[in-house]
Ligand binder design. Sequence first.
Ligand SMILES: [Zn+2]
Length: 433
Amino acid sequence: MSAQQWAVKASETILARCDELAGLTSMEHGIERDYLSPQMAQAYRLVADWMHQGGMSTHIDQAGNLVGRLEGREPGLPALVLGSHLDSVPDAGKYDGILGVIIAVSVATHLHDTGISDTLPFAIEVLGFGDEEGARFGATLLGSYAFGGGWRDEWLDRRDAHGVTMRQAFRDFGLDPDNVHEAARKREDYIGYLEFHIEQGPILEQRDRALSSVTSIAAASRYMVTVRGRSCHIATPYDLRHDALTAAAQIIEAVDAISQEEGTRANVGEISALPGGVNVIAGEATFSLDVRAADNALRDKVFERIWQAADTIAADRHVSVTHTRIHTADAVRCDPTLRGCIEQGIEQAEGREAFGLVSYPGHDGMAVANLLPIAMLYVRCKGGISHSPLESVRADDVAYGADAFEHAVLNVAQAIQDGSIVMPTHEREEVLA
Ligand SMILES: [Zn+2]
């Protein structure tokens, strides 16, 4: 079985467009495209051009997101959003975020060119979010938080690596930093949000499958953990030591074991020890801890077990342990009806039964979920590698993906007709005669 002809043809265009966008970078050898940067403005001009060719009107919203809108059977209908992000991490691949936006443009274009969009009970808005990765200002999902109504003005005082404030970056981009909150959409103008994204993990490849839905975007919490003991000479006998680093090593092993037992994902990626001498027992050790879990309760259980283990190890080693939370995000469950539309789309495109995966990476959908029901479609990427120039996707997977994504859009139209998705209603102002 192969994907429909239009999708096979579209996959060539989609991959060529990803290549072209990769050329809009601030790095000499590699891809980096930051929020509110000149390269992002160039990317917007290019993608807006593709949107125009597909029958869409375009604008950049007050938060610096690119919007392409294709009307449905009459102008002004509530919209189904197809979105992802156009920014990147430093030395990025060509597909993280970008592929989702470009596929959405191709699907909308095909619906326009075939005249199908003229029959749809909704408009389509393709969203290219300006910031998901947080590479420039250290706060993530800025574009999608603004869209979903979660914008916080205090972010404007953050500075990039060159000392430029976000406030100034907005002005340089031609936007008014005092108006960013106006990017917040109204619930009644939208039906829901579908995002197409590379998996950024190896499960689809392991299962020899091109596509899956996403069941939920994992809960995540990050901590800095500090172990305090007492530094002393290497000559100190073991029973008199208060070795912070050895205790930290044991706690890290416990994190690994607990997370594996509970079926979550944990990582300790940073560690430092003081005073840092080859012949000095460490008096203090600090490490980062990031845990991702399918739901909030499981995440909380894992942390409870980790802190219990840490206390036991600390007592044993005559040290103390403290922890500070630096980030937390609750799990976001994908909407069952929209997820059904995506899974049905996968089955229509591939002729095989669809299944869902938990997404351990974060996505724009987390921030959009403040406002709208969301669902996601994952496509296999080579070796599960992402945030790397080695990111790679197969052309035939992209063709199946485009086909499935278009089916998903049409399945939403069907669900509205069946009544399983209820159209949002505008609150009408009462007109007094
Ligand atoms: Zn991404």
